[in-house]
Design a protein around this ligand. Structure first.
Ligand SMILES: [Zn+2]
Length: 427
């Protein structure tokens, strides 16, 4: 294990201790229904670079979020450094003005402070540049400031959770980032409509990458594998990099999880998952009556093309209000009604890919509340999009299947361990 990696684990340990302290004051915040495990693994390739040195033991790491109204002075006070002296030094430091100019609320700065309250270093994210930071370091002759790439390290995490009320309730309780929750919904989106199909007692395990620096998550990576038990039925997905340089999610038998159509045209997000159906009174409620599916959604929610296709119509049409009609390969077409706006470039003849945002939901036309009206037609005949059998993508060929099955067996073992909490067996 590299020295850098050791430093990471150390920083993580600190965070863990402070979390324990937080839980100690209010034990009720500990969720009893969720089993969760974190695993940090060394990856075969070193993704990190050595831009940020490991911490000597005598330094303390402080993280502080910029609050509205903060100044450099109030921030430094909170991380308990000798404010005035440090401030005047920083003001004289070339390039350090970025720190004073970009104190946007919500940003997190990471500082190393020695036992005497002297600021030794400070890492500060730059505006609009996800992977660039301002690094301020104390040298023999005062501070030096420079922008540099963030030294990120890829960690692999395993989490498991059970759904009591909502997917996001479960992911929150298990400490799973929102980005991973949305990816889960996308990966299984051909089989499960996350807006409608989730049941209390559904559970899932997921193994995913996290990019972190100095023990702090910078952003989420991709899901490596996942298992989702929906209404008693188990679905599994394993990421596989195919030999054409791309990759995708496959079931353990090598079948592609990518369907020609997504089950739901609405992006699944914290907002749409929590949208109250009490505010939504569809005029025509049942499938039989109006041959579509209605999704309650706040006005402006992203509407996605459920499959690759060509725009046949984008405009206003009777009770549909603003509507997009897509024609797909073969006999399929899809309809998206009551929209509030179209995405630029969505006009007859335009090509769209599955998952592209084509419009925003609304309540135009014959709609008594904000919702998306969605239809799925085969040869012009309405089909119930919630139950129609959807065409799939080709499975892995025999040349790739062997390599995939090895990987899949390993990932499924790990998912099983995550779901049973039997993590020690991994070491
Ligand atoms: Zn409808």
């Amino acid at each position: 294990m590299s020295k850098r990696h050791w430093a990471m684990v150390g920083a993580g340990g600190l965070a863990f201790l402070s979390m324990m302290a937080a839980f100690g004051t209010s034990p009720s915040t500990v969720t009893d229904h969720v089993s969760r495990q974190d695993i940090t693994q060394d990856l075969p390739q070193p993704f990190a670079n050595a831009a940020i040195k490991p911490l000597p033991a005598t330094l303390f790491t402080r993280e502080e979020k910029v609050r509205p109204g903060d100044t450099a002075s109030t921030l430094l006070k909170r991380i308990e450094v000798d404010g005035e002296e440090t401030l005047s030094q920083l003001r004289r430091t070339p390039n350090a003005d970025i720190f004073f100019q970009q104190l946007a609320p919500g940003k997190t700065l990471t500082a190393q402070v020695d036992g005497e309250g002297q600021l030794q270093s400070l890492i500060f994210p730059l505006n609009g540049q996800q992977d660039q930071v301002l690094l301020i370091e104390r040298g023999a002759e005062g501070f030096r400031a420079k922008t540099r790439p963030l030294a990120t390290e890829v960690q692999v995490q395993m989490k498991s959770a059970e759904i009591r009320y909502s997917l996001f309730g479960a992911t929150d309780a298990a400490g799973i980032p929102d980005g991973i929750a949305s990816q889960l919904a996308d990966i299984f989106g051909g089989d499960i409509d996350f807006h409608r199909d989730l049941r209390k007692g559904d559970r899932f395990s997921v193994i995913y990458e996290v990019m972190s620096a100095q023990g702090r998550m910078v952003r989420t990576g991709k899901i490596l594998s996942a298992e989702f038990v929906n209404d008693g039925k188990t679905y599994r997905a394993v990421w596989f990099a195919t030999s054409d340089g791309k990759g995708g999610y496959y079931a353990p038998d090598g079948k592609s999880l990518r369907k020609a159509f997504l089950r739901s045209p609405l992006e699944f997000s914290r907002v749409t998952s929590g949208f109250s159906s009490a505010r939504f009174h569809p005029i025509l409620q049942t499938w039989r009556a109006h041959k579509g599916v209605d999704y309650g959604a706040p006005i402006g929610t992203k509407v996605r093309a459920t499959g690759d296709g060509v725009v046949e119509f984008a405009g206003t049409q009777g009770g549909y209000g603003k509507v997009v009609i897509l024609r797909h390969q073969g006999r399929y077409s899809t309809v998206y009604g009551h929209l509030s706006a179209f995405v630029a470039g969505i006009r007859p003849g335009a090509r769209v890919s599955q998952g592209d945002t084509i419009a925003y939901s609304g309540m135009s036309g014959l709609a008594s509340g904000p919702h998306l009206h969605y239809e799925f037609r085969i040869d012009g005949v309405h089909q119930n999009p919630l139950t129609v059998a959807l065409p799939g993508s080709p499975p892995l060929g025999p040349q790739q299947l062997g390599r995939f099955k090895q990987l899949a067996t390993d990932q499924i073992d790990r998912l099983h361990m995550a779901s049973t909490g039997n993590i020690s067996a991994l070491d």
